[in-house]
Design a protein around this ligand. Structure first.
Ligand code: MGD
Ligand code: MGD
Ligand code: SF4
Ligand code: MO
Length: 699
């Protein structure tokens, strides 16, 4: 049979690079980058290249599995789809009958595109509880910037920018397909580069200003930037006058954040702070790229997001070419997190108000993000505010991915019913009553618009799902049928046609185009006469927050666990720990069993300054214990001359290939799930304390 080529987009990470898949006799035989893709321009990374290994891996789950050894035994038998879905349907209906629909939660990990379809299902089921890690991933930046200027500060316009700011953001590893081409174009055209990062990433090495900040002190630095830009008259006076609230109050608020004081907080040189602020204030247009990990995993993530948005606003960089854009996906209300799907928006108000999280984080009622896992846990373990009995996890390895793994393990064990949908067995699926095998992205049709600026992309099925694997949209259709959830779609085609209604195309028509885009509106506030905020202006001082007991001005909060925040603990744990700097070859805990990737990054490496290591007679490459008040893991010391001697970095996601690997190698054994950011429930996994212990025996 002739080899055919299918144009689609890769879903191994958020970048969604354009790829061309070769298919021979119904099998994937090759993948290459699509040069015509507007973002990735032919780029593809090792994960994308390895997708065939993933699809045809011997360990891939290809049939539904039912737990046979009683709860949590980890023993499974193969089942038919009918049997597995009947079991799930019966259990969910019984739980709904007894405990109410809100006692059933569906969760997804970092989005693999399932949010719309899960939300619609939950709406018909009657549960407002869609859980996802948005509180530690993108949610806080969206909530903080939406509360300030009415839209998410998530679309930096790097390609035509004159000043690129990577704030806790390392797109070379985290979003290469989406951002690298634009950043390189901007830099080639002479843009200045400012990088705020405790690690000397490649971009930090090339930057005009690299600020090697102490983890967790970013708000102090951002407030100092605001202070310097105002006091040096570098702000955009016309914009501030016409389009902002509370400038004088802001000016007063930041006046104490002098370079000298902030240098003591951040461990930066005051001159470096001043120089970077001067560049950001004077080179226009500037685009601030906030890290979805780096900025969103802190106890003051909301304030940081507000402060960065204020910086962009007062420098006149909101909604201008080369600044921070306001993009709307062509699918509008039917985009991935669009209001037409969101269970919270579509349920009767009384039921919607049961959404977990909004009691303690009231702003999330107005700027909804999915229920943070940490607000679901107490409902499972203690019935607070009401009992949650059943959890369905789609593409999520909670135990490895979420902070405080021992606690997560205990939470999942307390459930009455857990089902999981995953390609492979993981420590999380091990606890499930039923495991369902999903189709891979090369085996399914879909559309993608999340973080794709003003674009919409087509994902096309290239091959039939392996074994009994099934498109997750079809799984939901089948389950909805069994549970008699009237109003759910009846086919994948109908599901996708509904999604595409706002662009006036069916999926079959869209398939021919591959992608489409809508024009970007610059300065849309001038056309509309307002920003989408309560005051209609950029809320430098957001008075409406007072009604929710939230500070109307961004506040710096010392991390709860830090040399300053917990000086007693610092005596026992004398190193600052930041976790989860992205590794190009892995996606979180995924891809760990893929040989070609494992070879490139076999062991977890603790980046540590050689002097710090030598103080403890620790050699480069030596296996050591890394301990925090929560536990300890095994990790290999990796000398890094460029780190601050009191700061170490450990990667996340290691667990595979070692007995009890999730306890021995997984950094979330050390992270905490408390205390959370009081506004967004963000978890402080980028700034904690730890110590290194020498292993007595060789491993
Ligand atoms: N310490 C620390 N922990 C962190 C972070 C950190 O920086 N530091 N980052 C956090 C962030 S930002 C996030 S978003 C979370 C991510 O958390 P998760 O999204 O849970 O991360 P993954 O480990 O990628 O787990 C996803 C699982 O989905 C499966 N999978 C992949 N694609 C599909 C699919 O299409 N369908 C289905 N059904 N399954 C699929 C994979 O096999 C894998 O087992 O991790 C968080 N954890
Ligand atoms: N290959 C790969 N790509 C991914 C992922 C993956 O797992 N693997 N995960 C995806 C997901 S879900 C997300 S949310 C994004 C995250 O995307 P990013 O936020 O870009 O990624 P991170 O590596 O988490 O953090 C970026 C940088 O923040 C720095 N940093 C750590 N602590 C601090 C701090 O306290 N302050 C400052 N200023 N900087 C700090 C780190 O050293 C790191 O270089 O990546 C996405 N892309
Ligand atoms: S960066 Fe790699 S994994 Fe991510 S979409 Fe592109 S090819 Fe796929
Ligand atoms: Mo994330």
């Amino acid at each position: 049979m002739a080899v055919t080529t299918v144009r689609t987009i890769c879903f191994e990470c958020h970048s969604r690079c354009g790829v061309l898949l070769s298919v021979d006799d119904g099998k994937l035989t090759g993948i290459r980058g699509d040069k015509d893709h507007p973002f990735s321009h032919g780029y593809i990374c090792p994960k994308g290249r390895a997708c065939m290994e993933l699809v045809y891996h011997q360990d891939r789950i290809t049939k539904p599995l039912i737990n046979t050894g009683g709860k949590n035994s980890g023993r499974f038998r193969e089942a038919t789809w009918d049997e597995a879905l009947d079991l799930i349907s019966d259990r969910l209906l019984a739980i709904r009958e007894k405990n109410g629909p809100e006692s059933i939660v569906f969760g997804s990990g970092t989005t693999r595109g399932m949010a719309p379809y899960l939300n619609r299902f939950l709406t018909l089921l009657g549960s407002p509880n869609f859980m996802a890690p948005s509180n530690m991933s993108g949610g806080p930046i969206v909530v903080g910037s939406a509360a300030t200027c009415g839209f998410g500060l998530v679309d930096p316009d790097y390609a035509v920018s004159r000043c690129i700011v990577l704030w806790a953001h390392n797109p070379e590893n985290s979003w290469p397909g989406l951002y690298l081409h634009d950043i390189k174009t901007g830099l080639k055209n002479g843009a200045k580069l400012i990088v705020i990062d405790p690690r000397k990433t490649n971009f930090a090495g090339k930057a005009d200003h690299w600020l090697q900040i102490r983890p967790g002190t970013d708000v102090a630095l951002a407030l100092c930037f605001i202070h310097l830009i105002i006091e040096n008259n570098l702000y955009d006076k016309s914009f501030v006058e016409h389009w902002t609230t509370g400038f004088d109050q802001l000016r007063e608020h930041v006046s104490s954040f002098t370079p000298q004081k902030v240098s003591e907080i951040t461990w930066l040189d005051p001159k470096d702070i001043e120089a970077a602020a001067f560049t950001l204030g004077s080179v226009k247009p500037a685009s601030i790229g906030p890290g979805m990990g780096g900025v969103c995993q802190a106890n003051d993530a909301f304030d940081l997001a507000r402060a960065l948005t204020i910086l962009s606003a007062i420098t006149g960089n909101l909604e201008v070419p080369g600044g921070n854009l306001h993009c709307s996906p062509p699918t509008r209300k039917r985009s991935c997190y669009g209001p037409d799907y969101c269970a919270f928006n579509n349920l009767p108000k009384e039921q919607a108000r049961k959404k977990l999280g909004i009691d303690n984080y009231p702003l999330l009622e107005f700027i909804p993000i999915p229920s943070p896992p940490q607000t679901v846990w107490p409902a499972i373990t203690h019935g607070k505010p009401y009992p949650v009995k059943a959890l369905g996890l789609f593409a999520n390895n909670s135990i490895c991915a979420y902070p405080n793994s021992m606690h997560v393990d205990q939470v999942l064990r307390s459930l009455e019913f857990l089902f999981a949908v995953d390609y492979y067995h993981t420590p999380t699926t091990d606890l499930a009553d039923v495991i369902l095998p999903p189709a891979h992205w090369s085996e399914r049709d879909d559309v993608e618009d999340l973080l794709m600026k003003n674009h919409l992309f087509c994902q096309q099925k290239a091959v039939e799902p392996r074994g009994d694997c099934r498109d997750e949209k079809q799984i939901l259709i089948d389950l909805a049928g069994k549970m008699r959830l009237d109003g759910y779609w009846s086919s994948v085609k109908e599901t996708l046609d509904f999604r595409l209604e706002p662009v006036g195309m069916t999926f079959e028509e869209f398939r021919k185009n591959g992608f489409l885009s809508t024009p970007i509106q610059y300065k849309s506030y001038e056309i509309k006469g307002k920003f989408r905020t309560p005051s209609g202006k950029v809320e430098l001082v957001a008075d409406f927050l007072k009604l929710l007991n939230i500070s109307p001005l961004p506040l710096f909060r010392e991390p709860d666990e830090s040399p300053v925040g917990s000086p007693d603990l610092w005596k026992d744990y004398p190193l600052v720990l930041t976790t989860g700097g992205r590794n190009l070859v892995y996606y979180h805990s995924s891809h760990r069993n893929i040989d070609s990737l494992k070879k490139r990054s076999p062991d977890p490496l603790l980046d540590i300054h050689p002097e710090t290591a030598r103080e403890m007679s620790i050699q480069d490459g030596e296996w050591v214990y890394l301990a925090s008040p929560r536990g300890r893991v095994e990790i290999r010391a990796n000398y890094d001359q460029d780190l601050h001697p009191r700061v170490v970095h450990a990667p996340h996601g290691y667990w595979y290939g070692v007995a009890d690997g999730w306890k021995r190698l997984n950094i979330n054994m050390l992270t905490d799930d408390q205390p959370l950011c009081p506004v967004t429930a963000s978890v402080p996994i980028k700034a904690l304390l730890c110590r290194v212990e020498k292993m007595q025996q060789t491993r």
